[in-house]
Write a protein that binds this ligand. Sequence first.
Ligand code: EPZ
Length: 419
Amino acid sequence: MDKLVISGPTRLKGEVTISGAKNAAVAILPATLLIEGVCRIENLPNISDVKMYCKILETLGAKITWLSEHEIEIDSSNISCTQASIDLTSKFRASYYLLGSLLGRCGQAEVGLPGGCNLGARPIDQHIKAFEALGAKVEVAQGKITAKVKRLIGTSIYMDIVSVGATINAILAAVLADGTTTIDNAAKEPHIVDVANFLNTMGADIRGAGTDVIKINGVKKLHGNTSYSVVPDQIEAGTFMLAAVASKGDITIKNCIPEHLDCITAKIVEIGGTVEDYGDSIRVYMNKRPTKATVKTLPYPGYPTDLQPQMGVVLSMANGTSMIHESIWESRFQYTAELNKMGAKITAQGKSAVFEGVSELTGAPIYATDLRAGAALIIAGIVAHGDTQLYNIDHIDRGYENIEEKFRKLGANIQRVVE
Ligand code: EPZ
């Protein structure tokens, strides 16, 4: 198992280029199953979740050609199988998108119950509700979900909860359905807009993505022969913004969309940092200790849960006592126990945590408890005095491309050790 060895403290300085968005890529890849033809996807992040998805698509009959490290051609003309490997699909969360795609394309799907980061209970009742509303019969048994339908019929779907995954899955299933589907109380994250843009480029008729009412007029077929570039990763960009603040550094973040980062910018300014917007890049710098703050995670455009642990590292060293309320996931404060090993003073209980700011962290052996926690703990290692060994970094490789290389270019003393 690899580990990262980090020696700090370092003030991060320089430029970093953001990769394509993981959470858009892992929805666009299964969406290609809806296309009877060939399409090209550019700006794919080079991460293990993308590689895993490509492997699964191949087992279903799609032909994949890698054109470069970040660009692939997928030919989904012949989909020969609708049963995805339980072993592969149960390893990560985004495998649930195969349900919407295979249902839409073939009228049937079998997928392992999704795995992924351990953030507490991760129900999929809203996905099932959407498929059933469109006419499918859905069964959950023996660790897998099976869905079947003769013909998907457009309908009105009201989401009881704002869910990224259920919104995208409902879109995937509705694209080729007969008639019009309306999704009310839809999620509005940038990757939802990106998936809709991708499908529209391939011939779908989806309107309103990015608002809470999405309308999908079913079309007979999606054509291929088109290329699409994945949106820049909002969460990766936010991770480097917060790394600049935590390390009292100065980072220019290139290839990002500043308006996707508005609420992070607002929080950084509130705690004393500076953010300059250059259209497709932003500069973040900080030269003093952050002030205390209160943060509550919310669906987009609120403060994202996927940047909560990174903000936790910043607030663990703020001047005064801060509070974070996690309103999306049940169990996203596991990283606080690791930060406490580094000298932080955090008390987490249920969905809230109190951060009594300390003036410095010290290096320690620590464990990445999930993907975003892992990124946050790298930042902690960079700002801490002394050496940190970070274990369980396969979590981080699932969603961040070349993360140690990107931090090294900003001045961090960070090495991957293969054990
Ligand atoms: C997506 O997960 C992301 N994953 C997560 O990113 C992210 O944390 C989350 O959205 C919230 O922004 C992908 O895009 C692959 P949800 P998703 O459905 O779609 C409840 C990362 O680190 N809910 O929006 O699974 C659920 O329990 C990952 O990149 C139901 O109750 O999240 C949660 O409390 C981690 N029933 C809330 O809704 C359902 O059927 C939001 O979940 C679905 C969800």
